[in-house]
Each structure stands twice: as C-alpha cells, then as structure tokens.
Design a protein around this ligand. Structure first.
Ligand SMILES: O=C(O)CCC(=O)C(=O)O
Ligand SMILES: [Fe+2]
Length: 225
C-alpha cells in the first residue's frame, strides 16, 4: 500500500458513529467479495431497485435474511423475481458483532444480526441521503466497504442537510453507526473510479450493511408478504 501522508486512524464521526479504517485485511476482503459474487447470482440476485415515485436507485442491490424494498421488508423478492430471499449466514452475524465491539465496545453487544443489504456501485452510481429506519431494532448498523473508494456523507438525525461530515471509505474499511446516530441521515455522493486495490479484482464498489431486524421469528413480515 502507498505510504500515507496522513495516517488514517479510528475516528468517532458523531456520537455512536465510528469509522475504523482497514478493518478487513486483503484476504478477508477477497473472501467477502467471493461471497458477494455468489449472492449476486439469481434467483433473488442483484437487482435494480425501483422507488415508488417511478425512479430507480443507481446502486444495484441484493439482500440476505430479509428482502428490503422501498420502504419495508418481505420474505421474498416481491419487486423482482419473486424468489425467497437468500439466507443470512451465521458467519455474517459473528462479523457484525465483532464489528460492533471493535468500534463501540463490549457494552454495545446486540441481538443477532439477521439482515444484509449489499449495494453495488458502478459507473456513476451513488446513494442519496436517507435513514435506515425500516428495522424495528435499534441495534447499530454495520457497514463494510470493498473496491473503489467512496465519499460517505454522515449527517444528522433531523434533516438531509448540514451539518454533515464527509468520510472517505476505502476497501476494507468499517463504519458503524448506533446509539444517538442510529437514525442519522447518510448517503454516498461520490465513488472514485479505479481506486480499488488492484489485487482485489473488483471494478466498482460494494458495500455490505448488516442490520438487526427486530422482527419476530415465525410472525409475518412487516409488509405482510
Ligand atoms: O454504500 C454505502 O456505504 C451506504 C449504503 C447504505 O446506506 C444503505 O444500504 O442503506
Ligand atoms: Fe443506509
């Protein structure tokens, strides 16, 4: 890796929101990328998300555990091929819990993680300011980045506008937001093309967010489907 002019260090961006650079080493990034490539395959694979207003999200998405679509969760890909959502693997829960204790400390332990949203950004894909507010649990959101560097904008709980902080998320970086920042607006205004580590072999950017649903096992989904 290039020598850093300004070394990147763990930073609390807002109360309960922590950026931990280089959390995944090259080998773990490669393994997570391999898994993402499997999850992206149909059925219930990578898809373009349509918003109720008739637009489309520029980042493509695949879900594990629960299928997210604007603005709720279902058991099947109701807005796509109709297949059952892919299962959420146990090792991702372990990764999520470790991410939380490494950033927020052992006291921040949560219920098991059971949702992953995997976003793929290519071309000039981006993501507008939004809150992750369709889960019932207030457990921290865990975000892992692979491939191209992006500008991640982390704002406030009141509105999409300032004050916010722009953070560069690079391949292998971890960002966790919980506590008073759990419902903060955030987005990805820019991805920097061709900045991925060459040895990873990914063109574009992948982001894996892990969440705790808080939905009751055995009960119907919040959307009823
Ligand atoms: O790509 C990212 O870093 C953010 C993704 C995100 O905010 C989301 O999936 O809700
Ligand atoms: Fe989000």
């Amino acid at each position: 890796m290039d020598a850093e002019l300004f070394p990147r260090s763990p930073t609390e961006i807002a109360p309960g929101a922590v950026h931990l650079p280089d959390w995944l080493d090259a080998e773990h990034q490669r393994r997570l990328l391999d898994a993402c490539r499997e999850w992206a395959r149909p059925p219930a694979g990578l898809r373009t998300v349509r918003t109720p207003g008739g637009g489309t999200m520029t980042a493509q998405q695949v879900c594990l555990g629960w299928h997210w679509y604007p603005y709720t969760y279902a058991r099947t890909v109701v807005d796509g091929d109709g297949a059952p959502v892919k299962p959420f693997p146990h090792w991702l829960d372990e990764l999520g819990r470790r991410a939380v204790t490494d950033t927020l400390g052992a006291g921040a332990a949560t219920d098991p993680y059971d949702i992953a949203l995997i976003n793929f950004y290519d071309g000039d894909a981006r993501m507008g300011m939004h809150r992750d507010s369709d889960e019932k649990s207030d457990a921290p959101v865990v975000s892992l980045s692979l491939g191209d560097t992006c500008v991640f904008r982390f704002g406030n709980t009141g509105s999409r506008s300032r004050p916010y902080t722009d953070v560069e998320l690079r391949s292998g970086d971890l960002f966790v937001f919980g506590g008073p920042s759990r419902l903060a607006y955030h987005g990805v205004p820019k991805v920097r093309p061709d900045t991925a580590p060459p040895e990873l072999g990914l063109k574009g950017r992948l982001n894996v967010t892990l969440r705790v649903s808080g939905f009751e096992a055995g009960k119907s989904s919040p959307s009823g489907v």
